[in-house]
Design a protein around this ligand. Structure first.
Ligand SMILES: *Cc1c(COP(=O)(O)O)cnc(C)c1O
Length: 386
């Protein structure tokens, strides 16, 4: 089976992890800070808080922005459930913005319409979480402009998109948002096994996120109230969590950053070859908008509408392709259905979901295997043509 995604681990990565095991610190040692500093520099952002997953990063990002009971958070339906769950963790409500078919990202037109409607009904969102689907940045300048007009904060869910850029800006630099979140899960662009990071240019948000990521407890002399005396003093200021990442994970993440640009370049090369090979086939790859560098976490095609996606999917799997579907619209999940969402809540997300298949794409995919993927897709689309 050729999987849809796979980590690339080399001897340097292995050595980096082994070195930590031979050192004095397994957790909260020097490498967590080094990992943060490295990505701050890479992205051109002032503050970074490394945590044990992007899910944790999304949660502390919402908390730092003051999301709570009675608040509304909007995100894309075409994402992993974590993008929406983070708001529910805080006691807020979630709503979904419909997408554009060509990229799978939220539609700016749909967002404008939804905001105007929400303003008229006095139910504007506190935070919007755009998801850079498959590694392509959303139109952040437009979303940022709307945030000024309507007064919401922005968390970029860039779990797919480390290494991408929009206009002249690296994703994570915070030019058009308050906080950006990365994931280092093994299927993503770079990995720390489990891990995530939240980046921001606002010191107050960074301090809050750090506090929430470690029990709400601080020893930072800048923020100690002095209510507990003694040089051993630490203070709990808020109800936080243990979302810390270990030095073992940070060592792997740090070592992987060295290869980030190379991984993204390889993913782009492979995607261009797919694009070319599929030109004559009855399917449409997602487009990359001009002015953006797509990090190509996923290679997604839209089947022509005449196909039954399930038959194509099953046939590809039978031929040993580890294809997948990204994503089942979040509002279709039984849990979200129990919150009252209509099963066909967003029209474009529905059309998208009916037609998508994710094909194998990862830096270690060989020319030979890619050719095999193309041949099998050709054959299956040919044989199932209705
Ligand atoms: C993977 C993913 C997450 C969650 O990342 P973890 O590090 O596994 O918690 C969040 N959002 C999106 C869009 C993802 O793909």
């Amino acid at each position: 089976m050729i999987p849809y995604g796979c980590q690339s681990i080399d001897q340097e990565d292995i050595q980096a992890v082994v070195s930590v095991l031979e050192s004095n610190y397994l957790t909260q040692g020097p490498l967590v800070t080094k990992f943060e500093d490295r990505l701050k520099e890479y992205c051109g952002v002032d503050y970074a808080v490394a945590v044990n997953s992007a899910t944790s990063a999304l949660h502390i990002a919402c908390l730092a922005l003051g999301v709570g009971k009675g608040d509304l958070v909007w995100t894309s339906p075409i994402t992993f459930v974590a993008s929406a769950n983070c708001a529910l963790y805080c006691g807020a409500s979630v709503d979904f913005i419909d997408i554009e078919l060509s990229t799978g990202n939220i539609s700016i037109a749909a967002l404008e319409k939804k905001l105007a409607h929400a303003q008229a009904n006095n139910c504007l969102p506190k935070v919007i979480i755009p998801v850079h689907f498959a590694g392509q940045p959303c139109d952040m300048q437009a979303i940022h402009q709307l945030s000024k007009q309507y007064g919401f904060s922005i968390i970029e869910d860039a779990a797919h998109a480390i290494g991408s850029s929009y206009q002249a800006y690296k994703t994570g630099c915070g030019k058009y948002s308050d906080i950006t979140v990365f994931s280092f899960h093994p299927v993503k662009i770079i990995t720390s096994a489990e891990g995530g990071m939240a980046l921001t240019n606002q010191k107050e948000l960074a301090d809050k996120m750090r506090l929430f990521s470690s029990h709400g407890v601080t020893r930072n002399p800048d923020i100690l109230t002095g209510e507990i005396n003694g040089s051993w003093a630490y203070e709990q200021h808020v109800l936080g969590f243990n979302y810390r990442i270990s030095d073992i994970h940070a060592a792997l993440g740090l070592s992987q950053v060295d290869k980030l640009d190379e991984f993204v370049a390889k993913r782009n090369r492979l995607s261009q070859q797919y694009d070319k090979a599929f030109k004559a086939l009855p399917c449409t790859p997602l487009i990359t908008k001009p002015g953006s560098l797509n990090s190509y976490h996923l290679y997604v095609i839209l089947l022509d509408e005449s196909y039954d996606r399930e038959s194509v999917f099953d046939e590809l799997r039978k031929n040993d392709l580890g294809v997948n579907v990204h994503y089942i619209p979040v509002y279709k999940q039984p849990y979200y259905q129990s919150l009252g969402f209509d099963n066909h809540y967003c029209d474009e997300a529905e059309s998208f979901y009916k037609r998508i298949i994710t094909l194998p794409l990862f830096p270690g995919l060989t020319e030979k295997d890619q050719k095999r993927v193309v041949e099998i897709v050709k054959e299956v689309l040919g044989s199932l043509r209705s």
